[in-house]
Every structure is written in C-alpha cells, then in structure tokens.
Design a protein around this ligand. Structure first.
Ligand code: PLP
Length: 405
C-alpha cells in the first residue's frame, strides 16, 4: 500500500496548545490520574457557566434553528454586532460588513486564506496566539514575528515592527487584550500602530476576543475606532466574555476604507459561502449575549472570581525564586519567565512534559506561542483559588528539584 502522507502545506503548521504534552495528559487521565489543568482557556470547564439567559434562549430557539442561514449569518445577530461596533466607536459599519462564524477561529483562517499568496508576509506578535502563525503558514504566507517587550508590560515594540516591514508585508495582527501575556494596549500605542499600517498600506487584523475581560477598571479601545481609512478586520465572539467556547459563535467586522478592497471582500464572501454558514443556534446566541446582562463584569470586578484568581496566581508565582511575571491587565493568562541562570531549560516541551509527569500539572511551554527561547510558560488562571494554590505549590516544588539537577 502506498503511504498516506500529510500535505506539504502543513510542514510549517504547529498548534502546541493541543500538542503532544496534552496527549500525554489524556493518557494519564485515562489511567485514572487527576491532573490540574492550567493549559487552556476553556472557561465553562471550570464551573464558570455562560449567562443563564443565553442558555435558555438557546434551548428555546433550538427547534427553529435547524436550517442553513445566509453565508454571512442571520440579520438580527449581525445587527446586534453593528450596535456593538457603534458602542465601541467603530465608524461606518453596516450589517453587510459583519460575518458570523463558528468561533472567531474560523473567520481568522478565512481572512488569511482569502488574503495571502505564497510568500506574502504577515506581522504577528511574539509571543502569539499560535492559530495566527499556523493559519498564515497554511495559507502559503510567511509569518514574521514582532517582539512584544516583557520589560515594557509586553507591549509591541514599534521599532521592531517598522524594521520587519518589507514590500511583501500585507497585514499586521494585533491581539489586544493579549493571549498569552494578559497585556492591554494603551490608546497611544494603538494610534501608533494605525499610523504604521496607514504608511505601509497594511491591513490590520485586530483580535479583541477578550475585550470585556478587563481587571482594575481598565477600559478597552478598539483599534478600528481610531481610523476610518485603514482597512481593519476585527475579530470577536462569545467564547471568552460570555463563557461559551463550545457554542462556537464568533464574528468578524470589516471597517475602514473598503473602496480599494472590493476584490478581497469578494474573496471573503467566496470563502464564507463555501462553508455555507455558521451554526444557527450559535448565531442566535450572539443576539441574546450582546443585548443581555454583561455578567463578565461581576467576575472581573475587584473581589470577583476571575480577579481573585488572577491576583492569587500572580502573587504566588512572583514569590518563587527565579520566576517573574508581568501582572495581567486583561484576559485569562499569564506568561511567567523562568530565569535561565537558575533554570537552564534546553527544551521547554520536555520541561512541560516533566512537570506533568512529576506533579500532574499541565501548562503550555512558551515556545508553543512562537516565543523563541525556552524560558517562559503560559498559565491559565481559571481553576478556583484552592486548585490554583495547589497547582502553583506543585510548580514551585518541581522548580526546586529542577534547580538542583
Ligand atoms: N483569539 C484568541 C486570542 C484566543 O485566545 C482564542 C481562544 O483561545 C481565539 C481567538 C479562538 O476563539 P473562538 O473560540 O471564538 O474560535
């Protein structure tokens, strides 16, 4: 028999959040071992349920939601997204500019597939949310990573961005609030990014899926609200702010000057049509969520469950010798640094593997986020405070052994 091999298009595609260390964790669970999972932002799995009104509306709508819809989605939820854009100050958005998807992920892949020819470059943050690097590579493009500066609260380094622009650069991805660092970008920085995009005629791809998961009273600025000329695709959805990853409900909004982008928009429409439509119950959930009670605010307010968990994880990790962490202002993650002088890690996937095997704690290694040096890891602060205390205690014990190796 001829061997069946994967497509060469997958040669540079990697998605370590669901990689080999997770396979090992699954195997351990099948053997009956209990693992503390700090590896994935699957909110509902930690007892943080979606707002009840979304669940109730889903149940009520289900019998009438078995049909396909328009490829871009139903009118009413898209209209709800238009209102959302108005609230965020994004000018000139009509229902026509809104695409609903099976999560933001599908739309991100679609947007890159519709844009890139072989060899086209896209600027992506390092560390990144690895879907972007994988999707650029799958589309035939070249991921080019710009540095986010840990010593400056993980904000993008504008000089590094400028230095990496070439005639083949087509777009820049801005993940704000950021996964994996928890950074929230100030308006001035976003304005500078818009200016770079304007000067070099780059499309801005703005991932704002954590735009309501903000601590300490912080406010989020949509980069699309800062220009009405730069072509901007804004991605968002229900997965995080509404704790409903499994409903696979997301949206993409095209804003800015679209007159010169008619051909690209035809491409987007073509890909939207090819996958027929987003799941209809998820589309209807968008309508309920955006018009409903914003219960995420209770979770992120001082004393709210997510705020308490963030504070605890930050405090405990910061006390471990050789570990430093930038306190997240938003989202569900932190990206601690392990001082290489104290922890001379050569292979951080092996590090994650050993931590799992020895202490039954699952994290994701920093290189899984296209961070080049093996000196970081991502931790999700979704477990309750007891579990977090236990998990960070085990990490500390593991690191103490590691120092003595
Ligand atoms: N964008 C970022 C930055 C994320 O962290 C995630 C999920 O973790 C997604 C997109 C995926 O979102 P969705 O569930 O809507 O596909």
């Amino acid at each position: 028999m001829k061997t069946v091999t994967k497509s060469s298009k997958l040669a540079n595609v990697c998605y370590d959040i669901r990689g080999p260390v997770l396979d090992k964790a699954r195997q351990m669970e099948e053997e009956g071992q209990k693992i503390i999972k700090l590896n994935i932002g699957n909110i509902a799995a930690f007892g943080l349920q979606p707002p009840d009104e979304i669940v109730q509306d889903m149940i009520r709508n289900l019998p009438d939601a078995a049909g396909y819809t328009d490829s871009k989605g139903l009118f009413a939820p898209r209209k709800a997204v238009v209102h959302y854009c108005q609230e965020k100050g994004i000018a000139g958005v009509t229902v026509d500019d809104v695409y609903l998807g099976n999560g933001a992920s599908e739309l991100i892949v679609m947007a890159l597939n519709a844009l890139l020819d072989n060899g086209d470059e896209v600027l992506l943050p390092a560390p990144d949310y690895p879907l972007y690097t994988a999707a650029v590579a799958l589309s035939g493009g070249e991921p080019v990573h710009y540095i986010c500066d840990e010593s400056n609260g993980w904000l993008p380094d504008l000089d590094d961005i400028r230095a990496k622009i070439t005639p083949r650069t087509k777009a820049i991805v801005v993940i704000n609030p950021n996964n994996p660092t928890g950074a929230l970008y100030p308006k001035e920085l976003l304005q500078a990014l818009v200016e770079i995009a304007r000067q070099h005629q780059l499309i801005v791809m703005a991932d704002e899926i954590y735009d309501k998961t903000l601590y300490d009273g912080e406010v989020h600025t949509s980069i699309a609200s800062l220009s009405d000329d730069v072509l901007t695709l804004t991605f968002n959805g229900l997965s995080k702010n509404y704790r409903s990853c499994g409903y696979r409900a997301g949206w993409m909004v095209v804003s800015g000057d679209k007159r010169h982008a008619a051909d690209y928009i035809t491409g987007l429409n073509m890909l939207a049509s090819m996958r027929l439509c987003a799941n209809t119950p998820g589309q209807l959930a968008i309508q309920t969520a955006l018009g409903g009670y914003q219960s995420i605010n209770d979770l992120v307010a001082p004393g709210g469950r997510l705020a308490r968990q963030r504070d605890l994880a930050y405090e405990l990790l910061s006390q471990i010798p050789g570990v430093s962490v930038v306190k997240p202002k938003a989202a569900l993650y932190m990206f601690p640094r392990l001082d290489p002088k104290i922890y001379p890690i050569e292979d951080d996937q092996q590090f994650a593997y050993d931590l799992l095997a020895e202490e039954k704690v699952l994290i994701v290694q920093g290189t899984g986020f296209n961070w080049k040096t093996p000196d970081h890891f991502r931790l999700v602060f979704l477990p309750n405070t007891d579990d977090l205390r236990e998990a960070v205690g085990r990490i500390e014990r593991f690191l103490a052994h590691y120092r003595k190796r």
